[in-house]
Design a binder for this molecule. Sequence first.
Ligand code: A2P
Length: 294
Amino acid sequence: MSTQQVPTITLNNGTTIPQLGLGVWQAEDDETEAIVRYALADAGYRHIDTAAAYGNEAGVGRGIASSGVPREDIFVTTKLWNADQGFDPALRAFDTSLDKLGLDYVDLYLIHWPLQNNERLLRTWDALEKIAESGRAKAIGVCNFEPQHLQVLVDRGGSLPAVDQVELHPNLPQQAIRAAAAEHGIAVESWSPLGGTSGSGWGRHSKPNTLLTDPVLQSIGERHGKSVAQVIIRWHLQNALIVIPKSVHEERVAQNIDVFDFELSATDLAEIAKLDDGSRVGFHPDEMNLGAPE
Ligand code: A2P
């Protein structure tokens, strides 16, 4: 795998992000170190996506350090946990994340969930703007923002998020969020791009992930000599989405980046479009208040 094959997307602040990266949600800290090192040193990844809440920022940092890949060649994202929303708490949480990562900057810092308090959300965004001005985050953005949350930041004026990272896969293509994001030059990143890590789903109205055994995707994969995971990743790429499939297994990490030697046809894409049933594996943002400050 040659790193150059992964396309980059230019974000609204002029920085570039590799369109495909490694996600590490639900990977243990030591497991994370090993898979990040493998992804960078052996599989050609140049983009790692973690979060304070994943408990593995230190593992990501050790994996980067031992990979031998220069820091400036790697795009690193981390996220502000709910409990740390607010101006001062966000600044402190960012320092803690940098310490754990062992880095002096991240490429992208994201608010993990919008929660249900827009006034606090605006103070949190003020803190992220300050962090961006200091150069310690090259870009800032959000996760799980519905169009109305994006509108809160649009109405505020000032900088807009570079990305909105949301649950997105063929069952949940998130057209409304993508349309709102496109209107404001915000790139969309897909979390749980393969349908997630949890067999049973973890949100209040979530359902088990059936994408990896879906017969439509299986037959498309057979036509191309590719796995279902590779078909789904290709679907994200061809939809101009940034995609961060998670795996802790080397052969899957290698497989998930081996997606630049085939293309889904218009017929394939039309078949995949029929899988949209609006189902999600995680929480709807309106229901998520885990860890929120009092
Ligand atoms: P594992 O880490 O054990 O490999 P997501 O949609 O959040 O990226 O979830 C990916 C889920 O699918 C994880 O549970 C991961 O498990 C599994 N997975 C990742 N890549 C592949 C693959 N190429 N084939 C099958 N399963 C995969």
